[in-house]
Design a protein around this ligand. Structure first.
Ligand code: SGN
Ligand code: CA
Length: 536
């Protein structure tokens, strides 16, 4: 019945001539923080990281208050395709297996006449469903000469992963699809995910200059609840010179004796390089590695060096994604379909680029809670517009795509269509807070489970297994350095927000908030698994 209604609705929209069902090109990357996008005005803006994404922003609309619900890869993707929080779609952490038989927006778009395609990082373990065409990276995928899974089996394509995925998307646009139908194209990049390995043509970028440093590079987390002092995502203590930064790394390096590090390091990618790729790679890094050895840096100086190499490789990987955005926009222009195509750029969550001394994500702190979101919908979004006000989430994407396509939005989806915002409207009852819940613990990087609420001005975080809380006034303290949870002055505000948090938990029907664990359990988990030994 619903399907019939949706088809009818879509037909009405078409026959009224008001608006042809728009195509949707959804470009999505992995771990690309908004502050590494020029148009977002973050502290890396001066490096001009993303000229093409900036152009997309100047032609479309940028959302400043764009947040994820659970700051990690697979879960963010599952939220996006279902329009439901993690506890409802069942994919709460990367170890889960997505139940592909459930309702997703690509399946619903197919029902109203769309052709759907998905290329690149999928990371939901089970086979993609709801796509007429798919080619996906197994798991995290590889940067160089990646394998791809297809309905017909596995294949390997030579080149840098970002280029490989872009080329597949372009080929499909030009030759693979039925030109009569509207389409959804999901182009999902691995970059700039760890171990931040750029294409050879980008190695020279920022090579002879220092990038700006984050203000909080040497944060000691003195004011935070205890979990921030027990994590394992420090540039100093957990970013490895070989594993992450390729220092003197040859394919002979096997990360021996480093727990769990053997088969995942940058070595894994390097061992797949062609001889030409490997030579170019070594030619770039070997002389710089020799300089580091000679300089024999220690303490903060070594942290600064690690930060520079990391951030440069991160931004170089971003540059590849940025070029992909440029290529896809150019292709749409060349094909004459730009005017009826929505282009979206986003990434699964934010990231620490040395902020708070960290890399990775997972926390509810701003740098990893934020997601980039830029949408160009010709004739709908005002070029160069910016929504600074409304709080939006990845929970809203499915609903947005469905409304844009003239499809019905199922009642069990938990987000809201952004279409009114794209039209520049100010809906009366937009949300004034967002709900967050992270689950993957104990696990790599050791960030405990937590849930919380963020309003325009305040943030309340609950590390429920440890019985600890944090509270921040984002207006006074945007870097979240002062935990005010125990300040009398804020007691009333905190109590109000605890009620609001409980209200959101009920609204979204989240029964997965666990109890405080026994002291013995907490003690056991406050043991670091490893700390790197930087040996030059
Ligand atoms: C891998 C990474 C971690 C990262 C997780 C999750 N290590 O385990 O640093 O946090 O993935 O990332 S790596 O050595 O394999 O790169 S996610 O984006 O997939 O959620
Ligand atoms: Ca990610």
């Amino acid at each position: 019945m619903r399907t019939l209604f949706a088809l009818w609705l879509a037909t009405c929209i078409l026959s009224s001539g008001a608006q042809k069902q728009p195509n949707i090109v959804f470009i999505f990357s992995d771990d690309h923080a908004p502050h590494a996008i020029g148009a977002y005005d973050g502290w890396l803006k001066s490096t001009n990281p993303t000229p093409h994404i900036d152009r997309l922003a100047s032609e479309g609309m940028l959302f400043d208050k764009s947040f994820c619900t659970n700051s990690i890869c697979g879960p963010s993707r599952a939220v996006i395709i279902t329009g439901k929080h993690s506890h409802k779609n069942g994919f709460m952490n990367n170890g889960n297996n997505f139940d592909g038989s459930q309702q997703t927006f690509p399946k619903l778009l197919q029902k109203v006449g769309y052709q759907t395609a998905m290329f690149g990082k999928w990371h939901l373990k089970s086979k993609p469903q709801g796509f007429d065409k798919w080619m996906v990276l197994p798991g995290q995928g590889l940067y160089y000469n990646p394998d791809l899974l297809t309905p017909e089996g596995k294949t390997t394509i030579e080149g840098h992963c970002t280029d490989v995925v872009t080329n597949l998307a372009v080929d499909w646009l030009k030759k693979g699809r039925n030109q009569e139908k509207p389409f959804l194209l999901m182009c999902q990049h691995k970059a700039p995910h760890r171990n931040w390995m750029p294409a050879l043509r980008h190695l020279h970028l920022w090579a002879d200059e220092d990038l700006p440093e984050p203000k909080t590079l040497f944060d000691k987390w003195e004011d935070n609840a205890s979990p921030a002092r027990w994590q394992e995502l420090e540039i100093d203590g957990h970013m490895d010179l070989q594993f992450d930064l390729f220092y003197n790394l040859t394919p002979a390096y096997k990360g021996a004796n480093k727990k769990g590090m053997f088969d995942k390091s940058a070595w894994r990618n390097m061992s797949r390089m062609t001889p030409t790729q490997l030579t170019a790679w070594r030619n770039h890094y070997a002389p710089r590695d020799a300089e580091l050895k000679k300089a024999n840096l220690k303490g903060k100086d070594l942290v600064r060096w690690k930060y520079q190499r990391y951030a440069k490789n991160y931004l170089r990987s971003v540059r590849g994604v940025d070029e992909s955005v440029g290529t896809l926009m150019r292709t749409l222009d060349e094909m004459g379909i730009s005017d009826n195509t929505i282009v979206v750029y986003s990434s699964d969550q934010g990231f620490y680029i040395g902020d708070h001394g960290w890399f990775d994500k997972r926390w509810m702190y701003e740098e990893s809670l934020l997601m980039p979101l830029i949408i160009k919908w010709p004739g709908v979004t005002k070029p160069g517009s910016r929504d600074k006000k409304h709080m939006v989430q990845n929970l809203d994407y499915a609903e947005t795509f469905l409304e844009a396509a003239g499809a019905e939005i199922p009642n069990d989806m938990q987000g809201r269509s952004l279409v009114p915002l794209l039209k520049g409207q100010t809906p009366k009852e937009w949300r004034d807070s967002i709900y967050y819940h992270y689950y993957e613990y104990p696990s790599v990087h050791q960030v405990p489970r937590h849930n919380g609420i963020r309003t325009e001005r305040y943030k309340l975080i609950q590390f429920y297994e440890f019985g600890e809380w944090e509270f921040y006034d984002l207006k006074e303290d945007p870097d979240e350095l002062q935990n005010l949870y125990k300040e009398d002055k804020y007691a009333a505000q905190i109590s109000k927000m605890k009620n609001q948090l409980e209200g959101l938990r009920r609204k979204y029907d989240d029964n997965t908030v666990g109890p405080v664990k026994p002291e013995a359990w907490r003690k056991k988990h406050r043991t670091r698994q490893f700390r790197v030994k930087d040996e030059l």
